[in-house]
Ligand binder design. Structure first.
Ligand SMILES: Nc1nc2c(ncn2[C@@H]2O[C@H](COP(=O)(O)OP(=O)(O)OP(=O)(O)O)[C@@H](O)[C@H]2O)c(=O)[nH]1
Length: 729
């Protein structure tokens, strides 16, 4: 039986830092011997798990909780919804930090990168581990900015559950939709936390409706808010019909009282809660047959008699089946509602054993993460999340298995399963974690080291950064020999530039940021080519005839077809060389040198003189494809972005006027409380540096989100302007 160990490939860029951490770990062990009660890592932290005891065994016993008591969860949301603030509260209430970190003060645990603290945003996922009421929770705070989507995706695949955090005044926002779809893809059970209930404009009903409408999810209202915006005081637990009020004099929100609602003191709230509880019971019964039988049998006359645990167990099942999502609310900043959220995480999100994975136990060196600090541990049981170091050939997205033989067995099984194509729930799928889907980069720019002698250092830094972040692409410009960085957005490239400086001590120079265009052809064309070259005493002779035609794929990988006239024998011997030639030709289109999209290449004839090398075959095929592409009618495709701008009513007109000048296509303007949300499309080339423009236009009051929609054909006018600007016409 193959087992799979769920492990993050450790951040390669931290190799130097890891040495320090190893020293740090030795120090921890030395301190353990001296019975030091806690480890200081910057702010005031309580003891890390296991470090309370006087030897490593106690650490092990806590590190190995029963698998049913483990929760591996992520926090995901739109930028600024409050994930980091919520995580800070969670760490504080669970006893792992002694003071409350603040995003706005730049001293949170999980945003530990210098760039995160400076900008007040999450860029890199951070993992932290804590215990809550006998449960071990491994939690990952993921970035909300669209440039770091891959970072979210690489986390989701190791998680068993997730908390989606919303700004209760905005409801579902653009990036929430993206991460929600990613979580759907990885089949991650979720609960929703409507944060910022204290904020002006916060509306519980509005946010719930937007979950129903935009995410097409069925919200299970486990709480009702007591007050909204300025009057927000606490929440009602719908299941137990209790009110939870936070003591206004307790600044940190640790103290709150739980009181049953009574007819005497809260008649209106009690009535609303009873109605909400009945609705919840009916909703869960609709989704879960076992619960429906119970409700219809024993409790059909009076739902009030239904025990809370029965309802909670059914909600757990429904959450796991992903047929509905529990919804809770609060204000992380004002320290209200976070403890019930923690209870809900342990109660409704699944343990790893409920998620149908099989795991292995051992690896040579393991580290337990606590944001940017790591504690070396001897072993780890199934279902936990850990870091490992020294895996030179492992990159983000890989699955690590126990041994070579188990990997071979898995590959053989996957092959056999591949043959039985239509079988549901294939063995291979169950054994291997889904790889991450790497989005296409939309921006690129040149990067240069301070001197030629530093080029190897730059290559090394980029190689390390790429292993950690596959959405960063690096290539060499064949004409100029310059190194080209390709990334997901302006911020992405800026952060990479900054990290090279801070983490690798290299001051590099970036060329102007350019949009990654694509090209396609509009008609079918045929071409022939012959390559005849004698090298030494060997003659290399190839003649090829092929056709390039437009097709619809939205992909830069060309479809390759072979006409019946191409002999089987030639194909068998030279297929790899032919396809290499086609692929390399399609990387550089004839107009701008951009990749070719939506093209099929049909090979009609191929004659090869005996002894011709495969390199020559590739070269001839590649030249012939380029010849065909050059002959065809050509079209430039440009990245078109989905744009969502949230702006106050007063600034709507200037924002719309500005978008009109940017070839923007407005689809809809929604009303969200006092705000207007402009939804539309805009070409990426027109939206560079938009954050600065928007800030100026709206006195800093607007926010926006951008996401690649598709590549679209440029109009003849725009295309010729682009080509003449690039000096190509
Ligand atoms: N009024 C109010 N503001 C909040 C609340 N929670 C967070 N904020 C503020 O919202 C801003 C964003 O909070 P973060 O915790 O950094 O949000 P985030 O989702 O981690 O942001 P990214 O990591 O950049 O995606 C900060 O200024 C917080 O102080 C809340 O409950 N109420």
């Amino acid at each position: 039986m193959l087992s799979v160990l769920r492990i993050f490939a450790v951040n390669h860029k931290k190799m130097s830092r890891l040495h320090i951490n190893n020293m740090y770990c030795s120090k921890i062990r030395a301190n353990l011997k001296k019975l030091k009660p806690h480890v200081s890592i910057g702010r005031h932290y309580s003891s890390l798990p296991g470090l309370i005891g006087n030897d490593i065994k106690s650490l092990q016993s806590i590190i190995n909780p029963p698998i049913a008591k483990i929760r591996n969860i992520g926090i995901m949301a739109h930028i600024d919804a409050g994930k980091t603030t919520t995580t800070e509260r969670i760490l504080y209430y669970s006893g792992y930090t002694r003071s409350l970190g603040d995003v706005d003060d730049g001293d949170t645990v999980t945003d530990f990168m210098a760039q995160e603290r400076e900008r007040g945003i999450t860029i890199q996922s951070a993992a932290v581990t804590f215990d809550w009421k006998g449960y071990r929770v491994n939690l990952i705070d993921t970035p909300g900015h669209v440039d770091f989507t891959l970072e979210v995706e690489r986390c989701l695949r190791v998680l068993d559950g997730a908390v989606a955090v919303f700004d209760a005044s905005a409801g579902v926002e653009a990036q929430t939709l993206t991460v929600w779809r990613q979580a759907d893809k990885h089949k991650i059970p979720r609960i929703c936390f409507l944060n910022k209930m204290d904020k002006t404009g916060a509306s519980f009903n509005y946010a719930v409706e937007s979950i129903r409408e935009k995410l097409k999810a069925k919200p299970l209202l486990l709480q009702l808010p007591i007050g909204e915006a300025k009057t927000f005081k606490g929440v009602v637990d719908v299941i137990s019909k209790e009110k939870l009020l936070w003591n206004p004099s307790s600044g940190d929100g640790k103290d709150f009282e739980r009181k049953p609602l009574s007819e005497m003191s809260d008649p209106k709230l009690l009535k609303e809660t009873t109605e909400a509880r009945n609705a919840l019971i009916e909703q869960v019964a609709d989704l879960d047959d076992e619960f429906a039988d119970l409700v219809l049998g024993e409790f059909s006359e009076n739902f009030d008699l239904l025990p809370a645990e029965k309802l909670q167990t059914a909600i757990h099942r429904v959450t796991l089946a992903q047929t509905a999502v529990p919804v809770l609310c609060g204000s992380a900043l004002k320290n209200k509602g976070v403890q019930p959220l923690l209870d809900a995480i342990t109660m409704y999100l699944p343990s790893p054993e409920e998620r149908n994975y099989e795991f292995l136990e051992r690896i040579s060196r393991l580290l337990l993460p606590f944001a940017d600090q790591h504690v070396e541990i001897p072993s780890l049981t199934a279902g936990n999340i850990a870091l490992t170091v020294g895996l030179k050939h492992t990159a983000t997205g890989d699955t690590i298995v126990s041994s070579k033989s188990s990997a071979l067995a898995a590959a053989r099984r996957a092959e056999r399963e591949g043959e039985k194509k239509h079988r549901q729930n294939s063995e291979a799928e169950r054994l291997l974690l889904a790889g991450v889907e790497i989005p296409e980069p939309v921006f690129f720019c040149t990067i240069e080291p301070p001197s030629v002698s530093k080029q190897p250092d730059l290559d090394h830094a980029l190689k390390c950064l790429q292993r950690e972040d596959p959405s960063l692409k690096v290539r060499l410009d064949p004409d100029s020999g310059q190194t080209i960085l390709c990334g997901m957005g302006e911020l992405h490239i800026e952060i990479i530039h900054d990290r090279i400086k801070r983490e690798y001590g290299l001051e590099t120079y970036l060329g102007p940021l350019q949009v990654a265009y694509r090209e396609t052809i509009l008609n079918s064309v045929r071409a022939t080519d012959t390559l005849d070259r004698t090298l030494g005493d060997k003659r290399h002779l190839v003649t090829v005839e092929l056709e390039a035609k437009p097709i619809e794929t939205s992909s830069v990988t060309p479809v390759i077809e072979y006409a019946d006239s191409v002999s089987e024998d030639i194909l068998k011997a030279s297929q790899e060389a032919i396809e290499n030639g086609i692929h390399s030709a399609c990387l550089q289109g004839p107009l701008l040198g951009s990749p070719i999209q939506d093209v099929a290449i049909t090979l009609h004839s191929l004659k090869i003189h005996p002894g011709t090398s495969s390199t020559m075959i590739s070269a001839c095929v590649s030249r012939c494809v380029q010849k065909a592409l050059k002959k065809a009618d050509k079209q430039v495709l440009e990245p078109l972005m989905n744009l969502e701008v949230t702006v106050t009513r007063d600034y709507l007109s200037p924002v719309l006027a500005d978008l009109a000048q940017r070839r923007g296509n407005i689809q809809e303007i929604q009303t969200r409380q006092d705000n207007r949300v402009v939804i539309g499309f805009v070409p990426l080339a027109e939206i560079m540096g938009y954050s600065t423009v928007l800030r100026t236009l709206t006195s800093g009051s607007a926010t926006f989100a951008l996401e690649l929609s598709n590549y679209q054909a440029m109009s003849p006018h725009d295309q010729s302007t682009l080509l003449s600007r690039s000096g190509l016409t």
